[in-house]
Design a protein around this ligand. Structure first.
Ligand SMILES: Cc1cc2nc3c(=O)[nH]c(=O)nc-3n(C[C@H](O)[C@H](O)[C@H](O)COP(=O)(O)O)c2cc1C
Length: 330
């Protein structure tokens, strides 16, 4: 059975790729993911805010020195052995590249078109096979228009593309007024792929303290349906590689997302919950399903139930909404 797939110009042995998560912080865990069959690995993100905060702290320390306290000088970091978050990230990327045979996709995460973007080049030089750009932007200023928000993404993407020649994919939220139109704009601006969709981590109100609690709930399988819907709509309408991320917990979700048109499916929550061996089960299940249903390859499966090819394509449109609501029986 041919379960290979092409993603961002990379030839992958199968469509299962662990997405950005703390799992890539540990080399042994990364090895286990590879041994279980992962076709590539996305690293945890290097965040703009981390880099800026560190630069500001360092600046503050250096200025402290110039104020001239001999005692304070003793607390200054020793330049030669001081490693900032970028150094540590590049070091981990180098280790992953040395230890793993599968491609490693680095992840840059930020929201401004600032100096941090230049580090995309360092990431390429450290050996990343591709770069995922996560612009997790929450437009809290209600005077900012949708057009301005989209322009922010495009500007950052273009700036990153200027730094590197490796493929760049954008990890997006679903909350654009016209996701398909925006994805076509990213394509024109030079993106090589999109990863659909970011999950939002909504803050919660603590009823005892009345404070806002940041909360992280792992995903549920139901969330994969939003991804399936949009990937099915996009398939055949963009040249970009498409990764599905969010709610992929089992082989059924993988098959459906590939049928919708995904090139790869990302796993995160299920790996955090159950460990790397989930990948073995999914890959066995995928091969068994393809064989039983007389498919020859993953390529044959890809996009076979996208909007352009489905037997009842209008089910992806508003009419489905009407039928679902009106068909509910009490
Ligand atoms: C603990 C944790 C850490 C994560 N870290 C990152 C990260 O550093 N960068 C990123 O782009 N996404 C990160 N994600 C998001 C995941 O890569 C993934 O897109 C999301 O969890 C949806 O997939 P899932 O339903 O399989 O969990 C993280 C998710 C979790 C749960």
């Amino acid at each position: 059975m041919d379960i290979t797939t092409n993603y961002l110009g990379l030839s992958l042995k199968n469509p299962i790729v662990p997405s950005a998560s703390p799992l890539s912080k540990n080399i042994d865990t990364a090895k286990k993911l590879e041994d279980a069959g992962a076709a590539a690995l996305v690293m945890y993100s290097l965040f703009e805010e981390e880099m800026i905060e560190e630069a500001e702290n360092l600046d503050f320390l250096m200025q402290g020195q110039s104020l001239g306290s001999a005692e304070a000088e003793m607390y200054l970091p020793v330049a030669d052995c001081y490693k900032n978050c970028l150094d540590l990230y590049l070091e981990q990327l180098g280790k992953l590249k040395n230890e793993l045979e599968i491609p490693v996709i680095a992840s840059l995460n930020g929201i401004t078109n600032g100096g941090w973007i230049e580090h995309a080049r360092d990431i390429e030089q450290a050996g990343a096979d591709a770069l995922e750009l996560n612009i997790y932007y929450i437009p809290t200023d209600i005077t900012e228009s949708g057009e301005q928000v989209e322009a922010r993404y495009i500007d950052i993407l273009k700036a990153v593309k200027k730094q590197v020649s490796i493929p760049v994919t954008c990890k997006l939220t679903s909350q654009f007024s016209s996701p398909g139109h925006f994805i076509k704009q990213l394509e024109s601006a030079g993106a090589d792929g999109v990863s659909l969709f970011n999950r939002f981590y909504q803050p919660d109100i603590n009823l005892e303290t009345l404070e806002i609690d940041p909360s992280l709930h792992l995903s549920s399988p139901y969330e994969s349906l939003l991804r399936m819907h949009w990937i099915a709509l996009l398939h055949g309408q963009t040249k970009l590689s498409i990764a599905a991320t969010g709610g992929v917990h089992d082989v059924e979700a993988v098959i459906k997302l590939l049928m919708a048109g995904a090139d790869i499916t990302h796993l995160c929550s299920i790996l955090l919950k159950e460990g790397p061996d989930v990948i073995i089960d999914i890959l066995n299940g995928l091969t068994a399903w393809l064989t039983e249903n007389e498919y020859e390859s993953v390529s044959q499966l890809k996009g076979s139930v996208s909007k352009g090819k489905a037997i009842n394509p209008i089910a992806f449109e508003r009419v489905n909404y009407l039928q679902v609501l009106q068909g509910y029986s009490l």
